[in-house]
Design a protein around this ligand. Structure first.
Ligand SMILES: Cc1cc2nc3c(=O)[nH]c(=O)nc-3n(C[C@H](O)[C@H](O)[C@H](O)COP(=O)(O)O)c2cc1C
Length: 414
């Protein structure tokens, strides 16, 4: 049994560790990752220590310190941080506590079915790997390792435009129909080439990210980079040419004069993309009922409610709190997915009860990748699948089609 004296000792050890970290100096505050209650870090509980194998992990949070140990400070900073004060990053976690679960009893839950159908393909799990750029910055096997882990366990993967592996290779590593995420450039010739290549590689769905029209203020990431003794220019060439050199989606494309920020983008892009490709079109980064209605009106095929994991604008609003108004606006006409802060099976349960078809995860699988490669990603997925299935059983839900709003209640905000 833990006494308060034990707890104080563990806490003191944890704070001593933090004080020794160069990051304790970050703008006078320690970095606690995106965990809301930092005191519950895996090192701060009895039996808590840095894991040395995926099997040791008891929850997905256990992978964050392991990833931090494995990565150079600049890369860990890129993986972990948000924008401005990281308030939206934290809000994504806090939002889940505003919804509570209403379990039902005495239902035969010996068998539960977690499969979900998205655009004609059935996946074993509603947990999807979100698009994330530059995965070879986390592990030499990068996107290939993540794709193998996802494919083997029946999870969908969405590949980023900024991937450090080619879409054709990731598609075959996964073994199933991965989706392709598009960052539209300001040059239609380039955008069109990216879309055509993804279509030719067999991607059935194009995910257009719309939440970064004009860059972002990545303050904490830059502070992490300052603590990294290595010279970034040893690996990274500066400017656009340097960026695309490591991004196979741009192989053979002349990017002279091309800009990745697309501040002139409007709803016209939906029609242009639909005229260009037979892939289904999903918009990622929708947060309001107004934009959800516009999606339906413009013929968009699906929505991902997202604030880019708190990495776009500092709205301060969690995506789980945005989800109900988007679901209500869409009224079942197109599928709604959501991401941002999903770390527990109960988080997945709440989102699906609120009307999401599936949820995407970002940082948890990247922590697993950084710490242990493919087995790390596989273990993250296994933990989340197991927690989610357990919650379904606790609540008396035998298939996802039976999960509805009667299983959650929203608490009033103080
Ligand atoms: C390191 C990193 C890179 C990302 N790169 C992309 C990207 O290339 N395209 C994109 O649409 N979203 C990108 N995202 C956002 C994720 O797709 C997703 O919205 C977010 O990670 C979900 O929040 P979570 O990390 O709290 O799970 C990235 C996120 C991270 C952490």
């Amino acid at each position: 049994m833990q006494t308060s004296a034990d707890h104080t000792v563990h806490r003191r050890r944890f704070l001593t560790f933090l004080a020794a970290s160069p990051l304790a100096a970050l703008s006078g505050r320690a970095w606690f990752g995106d965990r809301v209650d930092a005191a519950q870090s895996s090192r701060d509980v009895p039996g808590g220590s840095l894991i040395t194998s995926p099997a040791e992990a008891l929850n997905v949070f256990d992978f964050e310190p392991a990833a931090r140990r494995a990565l150079p400070a600049a890369h860990f900073g890129y993986l972990s941080t948000g924008v401005d004060d990281d308030a939206t990053l934290r809000a994504n976690r806090e939002g889940f506590s505003r919804f509570q679960i209403r379990p039902r009893r005495l239902v035969d839950v010996a068998n539960v079915n977690t499969s979900v159908e998205l655009f004609g393909t059935t996946w074993k799990s509603p947990i999807v790997l979100a698009p994330a750029a530059s995965q070879k910055a986390f592990h030499p096997d990068g996107e290939i390792a993540a794709a193998r882990a996802a494919g083997a366990k029946g999870h969908l993967k969405i590949l980023s435009t900024g991937a450090t592996s080619a879409v054709e290779d990731v598609r075959s590593a996964h073994g199933g129909p991965i989706w392709f995420q598009l960052y539209p450039t300001d040059t239609w010739r380039i955008t069109q080439a990216l879309v055509k290549r993804a279509e030719a590689a067999g991607c059935p769905v194009l995910v257009l990210t719309v939440d970064l029209p004009a860059g972002r203020n990545t303050e904490t990431e830059r502070r992490f980079a300052r603590t990294d003794a290595r010279q970034c220019s040893n690996c990274h060439q500066l400017g656009l040419a340097g960026y695309v050199r490591r991004k196979p989606m741009f192989d053979g494309l002349d990017v002279t004069g091309v800009n990745f920020a697309s501040p002139r983008l409007t709803w016209d892009v939906v029609r242009r993309l639909k005229d260009t490709t037979t892939m289904k079109l999903v918009l990622k980064g929708i947060e309001t009922r107004e934009d959800a209605e516009l999606c339906v009106r413009h013929g968009v095929d699906g929505i991902i409610v997202s604030n880019h994991g708190g990495r776009a604008e500092e709205s301060g609003r969690s995506t789980i709190e945005c989800l109900p108004e988007v679901v209500d606006a869409v009224q079942g006409r197109i599928p709604v997915l959501v991401d941002g802060g999903f770390r527990r099976g109960t988080d997945v349960f709440k989102a699906l009860a609120l009307g999401a078809k599936a949820v995407c995860i970002g940082r948890p699988y990247l922590w697993g990748l950084a710490a242990f490669g493919q087995p790390g990603v596989a273990r993250v997925l296994e933990i989340l699948d197991r927690e989610f299935e357990l919650m379904l059983k606790h609540a008396g839900v035998t298939s996802l089609s039976k999960l509805d709003r009667s299983f959650v209640v929203a608490s009033r905000r103080g």
